[in-house]
Each structure stands twice: as C-alpha cells, then as structure tokens.
Design a protein around this ligand. Sequence first.
Ligand SMILES: [Zn+2]
Length: 496
Amino acid sequence: MRSIVIFCIALGLPLLTQAAVANEQSPKSLNESRALDSSTVSEKVEADEGTVFTTNRRKNSTLNSDFDKNASNQDAPEVAFTLLGQDILRGSFERLYWTAGQAIAGLAMPTPILVAAGNKPGPTLCLTAAVHGDELNGVEAIRRVMFSLESDKLNGVVIGVPIVNMHGFRRTSRYLPDRRDLNRYFPGDPKGSSAGRIAHSFFNEIITHCDRLIDIHTGSFHRTNLTQLRGNLGKESVVQFSKMFHDVTVLDGAGAPGTLRRAAVDAGIPAVTLEAGEPLRLQLKEVIQSVNGIKAVMYHMEMIGQKPNRAPKQNVFYKSTWLRADQSGVFLTEAKLGQIVKKGDILGTVTDPITNRSSVIRSNVDGQIIGLALNQMVMPGFAAYHVGIAADEKKVAADKVADSIVAEALEPVAENMKEVAREAAQTAAKTSNDPAKVSAAARKAVQDATRNASQLVDQPKSDKDKDSSPNEIDKVIDPESISSPRPNDELEEHPE
Ligand SMILES: [Zn+2]
C-alpha cells in the first residue's frame, strides 16, 4: 500500500508540472485544438464562444486599450467575418489558435492567430512570418503592426500570424521536424506528407480569407537580404500591390513552386514575399523598414489614414545574378548591402588560411547588392553576392509581352507536333517491335511537321486578333493570363 502511494506521488508530480507549463503557454489552446480536431467543430466553439471572447478581451486590454474600450460597446456587435469557426466582431481584437488538425490532442502545438477588426468594413490584409522557424525579423514586425492598430482608425481586418512554423521556431530551425521546408508545400495536400497536410490546413483555414498577403522572410544559410519584395511582376495585380510598398526594392520572380506567395497568387490572392535581413537575429533597421512598408500598403489599401512619411521611390529589378567565390578560404566582404556596383568593381576577397593565396570577387554587371553572404569560410562556387541587375523597365516590359506572344503562338504548334509524333510512333509500333524503328518514325514525323509549322503560326485565331494593330497588343493580352515561366534559377540559391 505504502509503495503505491509513493509511486503515485513520484508519477503525479511531473505530470502536474507539465500540465501547468502547457496551460501557461496557451490558456485555451488545448480545449480549442481538441474542438478543431473533432468533427463537431461548430458545436464546441459555439458553446465556448461567450467565455472565449471575454477572456481574449481581458487579455488584450493590457496590450491595446483602444480595442478593449470599443469591445465593451454593447451597441455594435456586427460580425466582420468568421475565422476558425469564431465570429470576429467589428472593433474587436482577437487571439485565436490554429492547429493543423493532425496533432495528438495532448501534444498539440497551437499557433496563435492575431485578428484586428476595425470599426468600419474594408479589405482583409494578411501578414505571415516565420514560415521558416529561424527567421525572426518578421515576428517582431508583425507584433509592431498589430499592436499599433486602433479600431476606430482601421477599415477592414488585419490577420497577423507572427509564427507560422511553430515547430521550427521552438527548435530554432528553418524546417519542420521532418526536415521538410514548409514553404515548398503550399497550397498543400490533405492526403499528402505531414508538411503537405499542415500547408493545406493553414492555407484553407487562414489564407483563403485574405484579400492580400505579405509573407515575411529573411535571407537564409548565413546570408542577409536588403529589405526587398519578391513578386511575380508578370501579374498586374502583384505589380499594383508591390507599388503600394512605396520605397521597398522589388525583385521580379514567380517564386519556387510550393511557396506560400505563389500558391496564394495562383488562388487569386495578390501576394508578395517581404525579405528583410538575416535569420536568427532581430534587426531593428529591417524591422522598421518592414513595418513602414506594411503601413504604406495599409494606407494605399485605404485601411488607415496615416500617410507614409517617405517618398514613393522604388528600385525594381527584373533580373538578378549571384557572384561566386572561385577558391576556398576566408571570405571577407568590402562591399555593403544596398551598395550600387559597376561591372569590374571589387566587392570582396577570399584568402586561403594555409597558403595565404588570395583572390577577389568582382561584379560582372551594373546593379545593386540586394543580398550578401556574411563573412565566413567558403568553398569554390559559393554564392557570395546577390546583385539586382539594372535594366530599362520599358524594354523588359516589351520583352515580356513578346515572350508571352511567342509562348501563346507556339502552344498549338507544340500540341500539333506531339500529336503527329504520337500517331507516327503508334503506326510504327503496329508493324515493328524494334524501339529504334519506332523512335526513328516518330522523329521523322516531327521533322516533317516542323517544316510545315510556319503555316500554323500564321493563322490568326479569331477576327479580333486579325484587327489588332501592334499598338493594341497590351490591351488584347490580359496581364493576368501571362503565367510567365521566366524561371529565376538564381533565386534557388537564396530560397525564400
Ligand atoms: Zn524564409
């Protein structure tokens, strides 16, 4: 008997301690995550609703008195919208919790979602950070934006997710626990890998509610980024959105498949990545630049009245290149982030610590340093400087239109050739089992078709096309329809 009591005490103590810790971290999260995991979501949330709102308001009153004051106004309970099964009232500031719906209830890792709903209706702007768990500048930028908002001066709703990848954040890691990069799995797959399911849940529960999205990142792997936007400037909606940032540098690119911003754009939500500084650090200058950029966007979206205090002047780069080390050794930079460089300029040195042999890294283009490696040991081929290449914007725009017309014109030709080759191969396969003969027949068919291809290109598709003069080209082409492959391979070196 006595031994059982001792056993219980020994067992009970650590269990109680753990429970206390869990409660402290997320007061209502365990209850809510269970509700979200089960099929009776609405019932449970409904039942909890009254207490949930009161609790959140009391908590937030210390953080933002203006929202609290307004929340106590019983006359205006108008619902702005519903998020995670909870009605968000106008003039309220809420802290909700999202879980990916796959956690074991006791081990759930709920992710806080901050929601500020202004008194007046308007668009919904979403801010996300730490999709890579080691990128901290965005976490602080979102905190500053969210807790500076005032309900009577805000039109619409701001949804702020300071830490999307909570798993990575707690382990100071870029990745999910299985070493997968969450920012390659959007919009996700409900039946896919763990990363695919997390991405799917987040995308559907949160991102689909956004009218516009700013996903904040930093450089990665011991590199730092000049505060800059990454956006697909082949999409008119993204061009307009990026201009709202006022004075933040822009780099064109569709983004790697699976990135949050690319998936959002594909879903019709204008989205950009805001890159600022380096991982694992909190850098005030980059945080302030990010906050200013977001506030400028909110002004241009007519969500706030506060005018940006800087002039709208943006550097836009349609192309960029990486300058690399040609030997191994100690890399020391002489050039600084943001520096304007000319072709031939010496930017840094690499010195072998054993032989003392040294070489320089020169710029091979005119442009601006938009990303650079921190001083470190490097190997030959190491990407040291990311340079945005200066180009004539009008020429680039013209090239883009030309590319899209070529792509459009070649599409039926390619289809036709595929069909011709397939038919030839199938006919050959009926008479011979020899793969060489089959492929030779298909090849010949394609060659013959190539000779006739000009006829295909020359045929206008409709009367409307026939009438359009060269000057009307930009009107005929819907910019949104230009899905522009324009793969910016160099970005892979410096992943978002
Ligand atoms: Zn990142």
